[in-house]
Design a protein around this ligand. Structure first.
Ligand SMILES: C[S@@+](CC[C@H](N)C(=O)[O-])C[C@H]1O[C@@H](n2cnc3c(N)ncnc32)[C@H](O)[C@@H]1O
Length: 347
């Protein structure tokens, strides 16, 4: 094979991004089929995997070897019937359903919902309109999802999966020893509340969310052994006041809404906090120059797909909204991957 010239324009990056959905959907289907859970342990031959997953004989080895080439499976032995497939260390930690760090929930959600909806991105860019359940009649994202128990489960698992690493980093770095109570606004299944309460035994807390979410959160808080210190509160964060607290968390909340709604949530947080309190938004905060956090920018496009007015934002935008609400100052603290905590301090 002749080597390609090393300088000058190169199509590799363009092709990698343009055809990226090949790799993406291969992983999403592997998660859907629970491949990484099935092969956990010492590994299985291709034939055994095919039998357990119900794979047709035509492409089973292309599927498995593609996952090897993508760095998501290990293979010992040459290809074909002799080969044994097992999980990589990352797949063992994050893609085996038996692992406590399983983050496949977000990939299950991407497979069930977003993969299809993103097929209409061009239409969204032309119309500015959501392309999800709202397009087929649901009154809103949450109303559409929460009407179906299985979608509710997939959505809540998805939210947890995408935030888990950031939540861990937040709990490890945020100093809360002088505070007495917290409230997680839009706390979903209560995972952040459980992690904060576990890391800070002196704190009591409330996980605040819409009514259909409360039973899921209560079961999760009990499973984490913190139900005596963390309770749930149901309500609508636009219509109701926030339960008073020394610190409010908002994980991936502000990006769901338009600017006026973002400002109103930040104002409510300011009103509910004592002096010295803080608001902590855990999101894919975009760099102020809007050049480097590609995931944050793509997440903002995902808000276009999912909601009528949502968008992700920079630390500078957060600072402007927080100061306008009365907060004294803000900081952006990197947590994990593309996710940071934007923290507003009440003077
Ligand atoms: C994108 S999810 C984020 C969940 C979680 N905080 C996280 O970081 O993964 C948004 C959450 O806001 C909740 N929510 C949406 N609208 C709400 C409203 N009007 N009042 C209260 N909660 C709401 C949803 O039920 C959902 O749990």
């Amino acid at each position: 094979m002749t080597a390609a010239p090393e300088s000058g324009p190169n199509p590799d990056h363009i092709l990698q991004v343009g055809m990226g959905f090949f790799a993406s959907k291969t992983l999403l289907s592997a998660v859907e089929l629970e491949l990484f859970t099935v092969v956990s342990g010492s590994g299985l031959t291709g034939e055994e995997i095919a039998r357990r997953l119900g794979l047709h004989e035509r492409s089973r080895y292309d599927f498995l070897d593609a996952l090897v080439a993508l760095g998501l499976l290990e293979r010992t032995g040459s290809s074909g019937a002799e080969a044994v497939y097992s999980n990589t260390a990352d797949a063992t930690a994050f893609l085996d359903k038996a692992s406590p760090a399983y983050l496949g929930g977000i990939l299950e959600m991407a497979n069930t919902r977003l993969y299809g909806f993103w097929g209409s991105l061009t239409e969204a860019l032309r119309t500015g309109l959501p392309q999800n359940e709202i397009k087929t009649g649901a009154p809103g994202l949450f109303e559409g999802i929460y009407a179906e128990p299985e979608l509710l489960r997939v959505f809540l698992d998805g939210m947890q999966g995408i935030q888990l690493g950031a939540f861990s980093a937040l709990c490890a770095s945020l100093e809360l020893t002088s505070l007495r109570n917290f409230c997680d606004i839009g706390g979903a299944n209560g995972t952040l509340s459980a992690m904060v309460a576990t890391a800070n035994p002196q704190l009591t807390g409330v996980s605040f969310d819409l009514p259909p979410v409360a039973p899921v959160a209560e079961a999760n808080l009990a499973r984490h052994g913190v139900a005596d210190r963390v309770t749930t509160a149901v309500g609508d964060f636009f219509a109701d006041d926030f339960p008073p607290a020394d610190v409010y968390f908002m994980g991936n909340i502000l990006h769901d809404w338009d600017e006026a709604q973002k400002r109103s949530l930040i104002e409510k947080a300011y009103a509910g906090l004592p002096s010295g309190g803080m608001l902590v938004a855990i999101e894919n905060i975009i760099d102020d120059d809007r050049r480097t956090n590609a995931f944050g920018l793509l997440m903002s496009l995902n808000m276009l797909i999912e909601l009528p007015g949502g968008f992700d934002y920079t630390g500078a935008q957060f600072d402007g909204w927080a100061r306008a609400a009365g907060f004294d100052h803000t900081e952006v603290r990197h947590l994990a991957g593309p996710t940071s905590a934007a923290i507003a301090y009440k003077g």
